[in-house]
Design a protein around this ligand. Structure first.
Ligand SMILES: Cc1cc2nc3c(=O)[nH]c(=O)nc-3n(C[C@H](O)[C@H](O)[C@H](O)COP(=O)(O)OP(=O)(O)OC[C@H]3O[C@@H](n4cnc5c(N)ncnc54)[C@H](O)[C@@H]3O)c2cc1C
Length: 395
């Protein structure tokens, strides 16, 4: 199946070469960890520490961190290649996504000391990062958030609540988006947002697990910040000007979610094709029926379209360009294509598709989720309508 880069222009430093090398490394790692191992972690909500450590040993957790900072170099292109290749093997690693994109604003806007302290330990895998922006009342409307960090001496005190925070109990620190000015105190709602690095076990931080099961090893948490003391070095960038860093992180997140969607979609398709070539209720393989074959083919075409858009956006991101529109479009297309692929795989498997041992229905929550989180597709369409097409804001 096409999901490598052999069909793209290949040469020294080309995107195809950058992805190829990472895919090779990911293949070696994934050979050591079965989907059964992953399912066990998912079913028990146990962090897949063994894969994490192996990724660290291979230097794969250092991807997207410049070599002069102790990382493995590369950028979003390499990171999406890794995420996609692991998902294609059925290995679902949201923590890779979370740590991967939460580091972006720290590297771009943090001081050398902050990078040393908050980013470096993630390269070996000794520390992990999660990300907290969503609030119970604000939901999709992040600018309506009320978590507030008020100045205290040379630092801050953070009070508020975040919800759905993935992996908060597994991570050592979380990148928190909070207001340092209330909505009423700023001219525009986009102002007054700041980024903080908060230890997940800091005094005043409380984690309450939610009863959510989306086929990820990590749980989601309601996180309470009760007057959490933050030293000055916990603020990334300038106070009240966290918007740029926030969107850099979110664009990276969208690309990584696309990579996970495309990888899982291809994982489902591969299983469906194998089954469709074997299953013969009327004496011939069901894969020969156009009703099924076209459904699988359509899903494949849409996965590839999303993948190419993702690669384009990742390359733009790495070159310092504005990847926003293509990152949003890639996430929209990728999440839809993954749902389509799992749907087609489910249809192909008939009744067996609902048997968890066939590992098709088990993929459903994780791919369907990606149409809703980290940002729902309606908001992406709103963005395209307003910012790409120039239509009036619709909400
Ligand atoms: C498993 C899981 C993991 C998550 N992990 C994290 C995490 O690690 N960190 C974090 O900060 N957050 C996380 N989230 C939160 C996630 O990003 C939010 O759930 C998502 O942004 C939507 O917010 P909401 O659930 O409050 O939906 P709401 O804002 O209540 O929206 C509900 C629905 O209304 C529609 N809608 C809303 N606004 C609009 C609009 N303007 N135009 C058109 N339609 C609209 C959409 O269909 C949307 O699905 C996670 C969520 C889940 C379920």
């Amino acid at each position: 199946m096409i999901s490598n880069t052999s069909d793209m222009p290949f040469g020294p430093g080309s995107v195809a070469e950058r992805m190829h090398d990472i895919r090779e490394a990911a293949r070696v790692v994934s050979e050591g960890f079965s989907r059964a191992y992953m399912r066990e972690c998912i079913d028990q909500h146990r962090f897949p520490q063994e894969i994490w450590e192996t990724l660290g040993e291979y230097g794969l957790l250092g991807i997207s961190i410049p070599e002069d900072l102790g990382g493995s170099g590369g950028g979003q292109v390499e990171l999406v290649a890794l995420m996609e290749a692991l998902a294609e093997a059925g290995l679902v690693l949201p923590m890779l996504l979370l740590t991967g994109f939460a580091r972006v604003p720290i590297i771009r806007h943090g001081t050398p000391e902050q990078i040393e302290r908050f980013v470096k330990p993630t390269i070996s895998g000794t520390e992990k990062l999660c990300f907290a922006i969503t609030e119970p009342d604000a939901g999709t409307n992040s600018f309506a958030m009320s978590s507030l960090a008020t100045r205290e001496g040379d630092g801050y005190r953070l009070t508020g609540r975040k919800v759905f925070i993935s992996g908060a109990a597994d991570a050592n620190r979380m990148l928190v988006v909070a207001r340092t000015q209330k909505v009423g105190e700023v001219g525009r709602r986009t102002e007054g947002m700041s980024l903080f690095v908060v230890d997940t076990d800091a005094p005043g931080v409380q984690l309450q697990p939610l009863n959510i099961d989306v086929g990820w090893p990590e749980r989601q948490y309601l996180v309470f910040f009760d007057e959490v003391r933050l030293d000055a070095d916990r603020l990334i960038g300038l106070p009240g000007q966290g918007l740029a860093g926030m969107f850099e992180a979110l664009n990276s997140e969208r690309l990584l979610v696309t990579a996970m969607s495309v990888g899982l979609g291809n994982y489902a398709l591969k299983k469906a094709v194998a089954y469709a070539n074997e299953r013969k209720p009327f004496g011939v393989p069901i894969g020969g029926y156009q009703a099924l074959q076209h459904r699988l083919a359509e899903a494949k075409a849409e996965l590839e379209a999303a993948r190419l858009m993702m690669i384009q956006a990742a390359a733009t991101f790495d070159a310092g360009g504005n990847a926003g529109a293509h990152a949003n479009m890639a996430k929209l297309l990728g999440s839809r294509a993954a749902v389509k692929a799992v749907e087609a795989a489910l249809q192909t498997h008939g009744g067996y598709g609902f048997d968890r041992d066939y590992d098709i229905i088990t993929l459903w929550p994780s791919v369907r989720l990606m149409e809703i989180a980290p940002i729902n597709n309606e908001m992406l369409l709103n963005y395209i309508g307003e910012h790409v097409l120039g239509l009036p804001k619709s909400y």
